[in-house]
Design a binder for this molecule. Structure first.
Ligand SMILES: NC(=O)c1ccc[n+]([C@@H]2O[C@H](COP(=O)([O-])OP(=O)(O)OC[C@H]3O[C@@H](n4cnc5c(N)ncnc54)[C@H](O)[C@@H]3O)[C@@H](O)[C@H]2O)c1
Length: 368
């Protein structure tokens, strides 16, 4: 088993990660009373496997929320706080979050606020959760149409990564997490970028080593800067434009974009900006762009869509202090934070992507 320190919490990876959770729960002075929070899919597909590895949770009560981003909502929190209270959950109660980023963001927030904080454990079941969302202690719900508007830094007791859960995850969801793995390589580790680029992603046996490396990169960055005052901004590469595109897609122009799909487009735009502003060599920008265009379906933009996307970038809570500050690449494996970018330059980057997307062969639509 591998262990990585991510700021205040530990990430356990490998064959024995769930046995480690069993030991943690059974080692408590008093038997731990636990609730397992999952969504419709994770309780159906992952709960039996969790209980097989962590039998001490056999008596835990399960709480189900609906699958999807809509569950990161204050009405769901209210229902969960009420449910915990009605079932006499107290400061000694544990909340086990079994699911993707929605369940760990929501469960982390509810656990951190119920009775001023009860113990919380993350058992991620999506690739996005294993390499990103369940690591680093950020919790949040969405409000007023803004993603992750309300939340707090509240590290779990531990994150237990069991890659066996990925067997039931669809290809689109898998690629969703791959985008964050690519980002980890691009901002921190060129060897990881090359390894993810060459990996046979359809072969689940190839994934555990790559997941472990990505989780280690995220954990190391979080440890350097748990509250995102500096180095953690490295992880925002692809996200300034990516978040705005994700919100734009939700407004219904065409199909909704998953977070990782939006970040992949954001990385194409922001690699282009890195080159345009003189930080990144052209052939490296071309290699990044070619790989991402080959992996993710094109998102078609009209020549005027950038007006709305830039507006959404201004609404993003991270861009509220004035001009845009981007994380850009200076090389593959190296990033620069807080680079000023004008709205006109961001619009040019979006236009660059718009023209590229027109030329992508349509086969990708079927694969998604
Ligand atoms: N806190 C952070 O640092 C952080 C980082 C990245 C993303 N996030 C958040 O994470 C969320 C996205 O996470 P996600 O991509 O995991 O989405 P998700 O939690 O919605 O899961 C995606 C879908 O996969 C299903 N699913 C989960 N595990 C499965 C499995 N093993 N087999 C089959 N289906 C399964 C879910 O039911 C859901 O329908 C967003 O809300 C985002 O804001 C948070």
């Amino acid at each position: 088993m591998e262990e990585q320190q991510a700021g205040e919490h530990t990430v356990y990876l490998g064959e024995c990660a769930l046995s480690r959770l069993e030991t943690l729960l059974t080692d408590q002075q008093r038997p731990a009373r636990a609730f397992i929070l999952g969504d419709e899919r994770t309780l159906e597909l992952c709960l039996d496997e969790l209980l097989a590895h962590v039998p001490v949770l056999g008596n835990a009560l399960t709480i189900e929320v609906r699958s999807g981003e809509k569950s990161k909502d204050i009405t769901v929190c209210r229902a969960l706080w009420t449910h915990l209270a009605e079932h006499a959950a107290d400061r000694d109660t544990w909340l086990i979050c079994l699911g993707g980023g929605v369940v760990t963001d929501l469960g982390g927030f509810v656990a951190a606020t119920y009775m001023r904080g009860i113990r919380c454990v993350h058992v991620p079941t999506t690739l996005m959760g294993m390499v990103d969302a369940a690591i680093g202690g950020k919790t949040a719900i969405d409000m007023a149409g803004v993603k992750n508007l309300v939340g707090l830094f509240a590290p779990p007791v531990g994150t237990f990564v069991h890659t066996g859960f990925l067997r039931t995850l669809g290809k689109r969801e898998l690629l969703n997490g791959v985008a964050e793995m690519i980002k980890h390589g691009l901002v921190r580790d060129a060897a990881h970028w090359h390894a993810v680029r060459r990996a046979p992603l359809h072969d689940l046996r190839a994934l555990p080593a790559l997941i472990a490396r990505s989780a280690a990169i995220k954990a190391a960055v979080v440890t350097e800067d748990p509250r995102e005052s500096g180095p953690r901004k490295l992880l925002n590469f692809g996200h300034t434009i990516g978040h705005a595109l994700e919100a734009f897609a939700l407004e219904g122009a065409q199909r909704p974009l998953l977070h990782g799909e939006a970040v992949a487009i954001g990385m194409i735009c922001e690699s282009w900006l890195s080159w345009r502003l003189g930080h990144l060599d052209r052939e490296k920008m071309d290699a990044i762009q070619e790989h991402l265009l080959g992996l993710y379906p094109p998102f078609l933009l009209t020549p005027t869509d950038h007006h709305r996307v830039i507006e959404l970038m201004r609404n993003d809570k991270k861009n509220r202090e004035g001009g845009f500050r981007f994380t850009l690449l200076s090389d593959i494996g190296q990033a620069l934070i807080d680079i000023p970018v004008t709205a006109a330059q961001a619009a040019d980057a979006l236009d660059h992507y718009r023209l590229l997307a027109i030329d992508v062969p349509p086969r990708h639509h079927q694969e998604a």
